[in-house]
Design a protein around this ligand. Structure first.
Ligand code: MCN
Length: 786
């Protein structure tokens, strides 16, 4: 099938995107449109003493200036919501309340204290500047270690010492014993730098309250509109679920930052009801820097013990995760279930113990960003492996091979059961594609040009397909993240797929159509994928955790199974054959081994002509399914970076980058390669360029593209990609997720390559020229002292 599984079909959706015909939230124009502008705290921690809105209210075009007292007075938007994680002593996590508009206190620069609704965006923004807020400044805490220091400023009353939880996984005593008996122990302090997500389309919301119907509609830049509807109604009390429609139209990237329900959506819905106007808010880039949830921001210490042959005996990790000023929806799960459960990496490690403390600081909330916890785990494990190899005088690839898990399923001591993999095979492919054998010659040639050339590995593994109900239930969280689908065959044989997944750059309109084209033998253009609207799709969990292939497409397969069963019954009845002899092939429904057949569209029509149907069969051809995975999927791969560093300036070029990934069955290799390319670019950004930096007063210093450096084309090499396939046994298509791999595997490969080049393992991300230069000088210092 030319458009089916494995075909490099060009993305159907790109025609509208590249011709400027995409319809994003900010493109929505509705009657009675007004605009919102938020008044935001300029202090990182302060008491709100007085709010004077009189001047703003008198300005041209201003409809209302609304504050947090009015909002909470209406019983709305006091956010206390998060994935429940208990501390190791059994106590529940300490969650501070987050009002969508602050009342008494502000806790980070950007915290909203009021909203102006006006006829135009310019009028709203101007009036927001005229709102006078009197603050009483309070002491500020910004960094992760400072948050836990004795006497640190208290950010939420009910989180003593700013501690949200103190959680552990694994066997501490066994791990300590294993490491104590090791012949070599590698110890490191590892920081995972804070990142700003930067999707191309900033967040936006259009809220429409229909007083006649007492009904709300919200257009929003969401990765999971159904979850948004549920949370907005069940937790924030904005509107009853059946009176709220959430539509996420075209969304220009999210990378995790559009999973949560933000204060702006709550406020716009409420403001629409209050003012009787439709309310639109669109963030600009400056606002995005200080309000979009940041990512990463971990500080860890780790010890890895090895026996004399290089086999890992134990890994002990202590991590502090900075959650910013408030907990957002999934933040609690990121450094626990998504991070600590992957600390075994690709290795057979009998003893692992991880302790994770989560803390509040006066910074923007931190939550999932592409990879969410898994890049942090991979970075820690892969930096440890490379450093250990150097310390033990071993080849880093060989050390990895000695420890690779060989047999599957494999249960790790941090509760994951890896289903399949071929880690040696990935390494073979990566080493061949990167021409590792020729590295020494390339290094010598670079040295002759005055450049330091280094090579670095990363063998990443990821748990995708979030999340099987059974696994989530066993971890104490009440809700699994299955997915739903509906397959509708129209009387003319065209097919509509309604899915709970949401595409915001991943090409679902193409890949989802490909599996239908393959199964029913129809052209891909006869398949329409419908998503992102709670009025059209009954329920869905949305897109994150590289789940749409393994979970969302599996739900479609399940629904197609039911459609196929009915199609066979109809064809058997019409063609007077046994159902068991009916096959669907090349757009026809045939009796195997005969010339009897019906065209696909004829069966479609027959399904709606009730008088022709088998006795008792209901008319129509529409089936739905919910798919709950039995396990995560475990994509894995080996990435190899080669860099050249200028020792005079620290300027680093990535001269070669090789990625060998195992994503199980690949539906569309072109889309998968695009996903990997994008992920690597973000990984390069984290490793070498990006850093969200606060000063000691809690002001974001990197709040614009003048200071926050995004990867540009000339920062990126031309990648060499290869694939190794072990089919996932736990979903019907055999797929593993690909959407985050690049962002997970890349940072350690790059830092391992730079540290190899400069001969100093102590190098923090982002490896800017200055950081690299300093590390080169530090490596020289002992020599200079001699
Ligand atoms: N696919 C495939 N074969 C596989 C695996 C996937 O052909 N073996 C296809 C899928 O059908 C889908 C795409 O590749 O079209 C990505 O699938 P998957 O790995 O299941 O990931 P999701 O669709 O669930 O996307 C989520 C993932 C995440 S978690 C982040 S973050 C991310 C990412 O995707 N954010 C993105 N990629 C992004 N790409 C863009 N352009 N914008 C974002 O915000």
């Amino acid at each position: 099938m030319s458009d089916g599984i494995g075909a490099r079909v060009k993305r159907k959706e790109d025609k509208r995107f590249i011709t400027g015909k995409g319809k994003y939230t900010d493109d929505i124009r509705v009657d009675n449109q007004a605009y919102a502008a938020f008044v935001r705290s300029t202090h990182a921690h302060a008491r709100v003493v007085n709010l004077d809105t009189s001047a703003a209210e008198a300005m041209d075009g201003v409809i209302a200036v609304l504050n947090g007292h009015q909002l909470t007075g209406d019983g709305i938007g006091n956010i206390i919501c998060g994935w429940a994680i208990n501390s190791k002593d059994g106590s529940p996590m300490n969650m501070g309340a987050w009002s969508a508009l602050a009342t008494e206190m502000v806790r980070y620069v950007g915290d909203a204290v009021a909203v102006v609704i006006a006829d135009t965006q310019a009028q709203a923004r101007l009036a927001a500047e005229a709102v006078e807020v009197e603050y009483e400044e309070l002491p500020v805490v910004v960094t992760t270690p400072d948050a836990l220091a004795d006497g640190a400023p208290q950010i939420h009353e009910n989180a003593p010492g700013n501690l949200i939880y103190d959680w552990e996984i694994g066997d501490q005593a066994a791990t300590d014993t294993a490491i104590a008996g090791a012949s070599h122990v590698t110890e490191m302090e590892i920081t995972n730098n804070r990142l700003s997500p930067n999707p191309m389309e900033p967040r936006s919301a259009v809220a429409i309250y229909d007083e006649g119907e007492d009904h709300y509609t919200l257009y929003t830049t969401s990765q999971n509109p159904h979850v948004a509807r549920l949370v907005l109604s069940a937790f924030y009390n904005v509107a009853p679920e059946h009176k709220l429609r959430v539509i996420a139209p075209d969304v220009g990237g999210g990378f995790g930052s559009k999973i949560y329900i933000y204060p702006e959506e709550i406020t716009c819905l409420w403001a629409s009801m209050k003012t009787g106007r439709s309310v639109k808010w669109t963030s600009d880039r400056s606002e995005a820097f200080i309000t979009d949830a940041h990512g990463r921001d971990h500080i860890s210490t780790a010890k890895m013990g090895f026996d004399a042959a290089g086999r890992i005996l134990g890994l002990k990790v202590d991590t502090i995760a900075n959650f910013g000023a408030y907990m957002s929806l999934f933040s609690s799960a990121v450094p626990t279930y998504l991070y600590a459960t992957l600390l075994s990496g690709q290795y057979n490690i009998s003893n692992i113990h991880a302790n994770v403390r989560a803390v509040y600081t006066n910074t923007v909330p931190v939550d999932a960003y592409r990879g969410a916890g898994r890049p942090e785990a991979c970075y820690l494990v892969e930096r440890m492996m490379e450093t250990a190899a150097r310390e033990m005088g071993m080849d880093p690839a060989e050390l990895r091979r000695i420890n690779f898990i060989q047999e599957f399923p494999h249960e790790t001591p941090v509760i994951m059961t890896y289903d399949t993999g071929d880690f040696d095979g990935n390494m073979d492919k990566a080493q061949a594609a990167a021409d590792v054998a020729g590295f020494a010659a390339r290094k010598a040639e670079a040295a002759a040009r005055g450049k330091l050339r280094g090579i670095g590995y990363s063998a990443y593994i990821e748990a995708c397909g979030i999340a099987p109900s059974a696994a989530v239930g066993s971890l104490g969280a009440g809700v699994g993240l299955w997915e739903s689908a509906e397959v509708r065959v129209n009387p003319v044989g065209t097919v509509e797929i309604l899915t709970g997944s949401h595409s915001h750059g991943q090409g679902h309109e193409t890949t989802f159509a490909q599996i239908v084209a393959e199964r029913f033998g129809i052209p891909i253009d006869n398949v329409q994928v419908v998503h992102g609207d709670t009025d059209k799709v009954q329920f869905g969990m949305g897109t994150y955790g590289s789940r749409s292939g393994a979970v969302g497409m599996s739900a479609i397969v399940k629904a197609m199974d039911k459609v196929e069963a009915k199609v066979k019954k109809i064809a058997a009845h019409t063609l007077e054959a046994s159902e068991d002899d009916i096959v669907i092939e090349g757009g026809e429904v045939k009796v195997a081994g005969t010339d009897k057949s019906m065209a696909w569209h004829e069966v479609g029509l027959a399904a709606y002509l009730a008088h022709n149907l088998p006795e008792g069969m209901e008319p129509g051809l529409k089936e739905g399914a919910f798919y709950d995975p039995v396990n995560f999927t475990f994509p894995a791969g080996v990435y190899i970076a080669e860099v050249e560093v200028d020792p005079e300036t620290g300027v680093t070029d990535i001269v070669q980058f090789t990625a060998a990934d195992d994503f199980g069955t690949i539906i569309n290799p072109m889309i998968v390669e695009g996903q990997v390319h994008g992920g690597i670019a973000q990984g390069v950004g984290q490793a070498m360029l990006e850093h969200a930096v606060y000063d000691e007063d809690g002001q974001l210093l990197s709040g614009s593209y003048m200071d926050y450096c995004m990867p540009r084309a000339d920062d990126l090499p031309s990648y060499t990609l290869d694939h190794n396939t072990t089919v996932c046994p736990n979903n019907p298509l055999g797929m593993k997720g690909c959407g985050e791999a690049g962002a997970i595997g890349t940072p350690p490969a790059i830092i391992n390559a730079i540290t190899d080049a400069i001969g100093n393992n102590d190098l923090a991300m982002p490896a800017t020229p200055q950081t690299v230069w300093r590390a080169i000088q530090a490596a020289k210092a002992p020599l200079a002292a001699e």
